[in-house]
Ligand binder design. Sequence first.
Ligand code: GRF
Length: 194
Amino acid sequence: MKKLNGTNKINIAVFISGKGSNLKNLIKHSYAYNSKFRISLIITDNSKALGLKFAKKFHIKKKIVNFDNTKLVEKNLVMFLKRNKISLICLAGFMRILSKKFIKNFNGKILNIHPSLLPKYKGLNTHKRAIKNKEKFSGCTVHLVNSKLDSGKIILQKKVKIFKKDTPKSLALRILVQEHALYPKAVKKILANL
Ligand code: GRF
């Protein structure tokens, strides 16, 4: 089997807006024996994103992007990502919708993780809505990003039981544990076909 060294690993950019627990988890997996990828860029739209601390901790290049002028910003961002030889983008708690044009530049190469069993509960407040509707299960989904919100091809999903005593917070925490198991698996699956 071909051995991967630091130089021929696949470069991934992770886009975050908040805590970055999925980012941290992907970084951890990138250090695993025989991992085929490295997290080489962290992009955020939020200069106060807590997840930015992982850039310093793990010596990863970061970029804070002000998305106010979306068109120009995205054009520059595409160039920046290409210059940095990014082959895959992982959205992880990134609270922006990317334009069609941006997505076209990385067609089939942008993943997102969403805390529900898509196509159910797209958008925000998934846990609150699932509990309110007395669903027996929720979960998480890793999917390809297309121009419609939370609607691209599903790569992997994991079901999580909803208990009677669950609050949106307790459910979110239990699902997050599964997100951390699911996202690296989905990345591996996509990389196998790149
Ligand atoms: C996760 O629940 C993810 O599914 C959603 O936003 C949350 C991000 O959490 N899209 P973190 O920033 O990775 O901790």
